[in-house]
Design a binder for this molecule. Sequence first.
Ligand SMILES: [Zn+2]
Length: 294
Amino acid sequence: MNEKELAKECDRILETRKFRDYPGAKNGLQVSHGRQVKKIGWAVDADMESIRKAGKEKVDFLVVHHGLFWGSSAIDRKIRAKRIREAKRLGVAIYSSHLPLDAHPELGNSIGLLRALGLGDARRKPFGVAMGKAIGWKVEGGRWKLRDLVKRMALLRCEPRPSRGSSFAGLASRVKVVAAGPVVCRKIGIVTGGFGDLDQVVRAGLDTLVTGEADYPTEVKARELGINLILGGHWETEVFGVMEIARIFRGKEVGNRKELECLAADYFVTDGSGSAVHPNDFLSPVGKKKTTKG
Ligand SMILES: [Zn+2]
């Protein structure tokens, strides 16, 4: 499959055309090399670290959630030009999907997080409108202890990334909680990344919002409104979609016989004890064992 066909197939699966996204998102193929794709990789961010790792592992089609075109300051443009140059030099095509990948009902970030929190069997409805479309879920019809939800969120651990200076020690504390609502949650909103629209939360009658990050004023308001916030990290809550997209192409036929290889160009999530916690298993990154140090 060449990169254009593959990008088209991703667009079809994700229903990219149905979405209006933020100006910088530019869903679709962002860097192109015009060749056949042999190895697909995934990363949350199209940053230099992911591009270089993809190049090193001979990934020629990198699926990302945060693409290259955010921001237009001089610094933004400089960083972007460097990344594009590096991707071209290394022969890495970059396909980006932002809101379509948050929203997808089967492969998306929000449904992935919902399942990882153990809420897959609960009643759910679309929630969390961004640019005119719901990209998350609200879950109701059950009783869930706030403590248990936080614990599950804390289990979504990632490998330390040198550039982020993170380490496993005390990683559970990386989940930020504003415990201003009930200790037993009944109506939970789940929207990955940085969702802080408390108007929508209040209108939907939710007592708890799970997202990646929220700004400080949102935390202060949530306290006064009596709403629980569980903030699991922007990156950590948005690994699901790219991983799923890469996974569906794994092993697919290319041309006559060759199979597409698939690997993570970014890092992956484990529970810190060495076993993966994602319900659908993780793709094993090439050159690394599935297990990580705890
Ligand atoms: Zn995001």
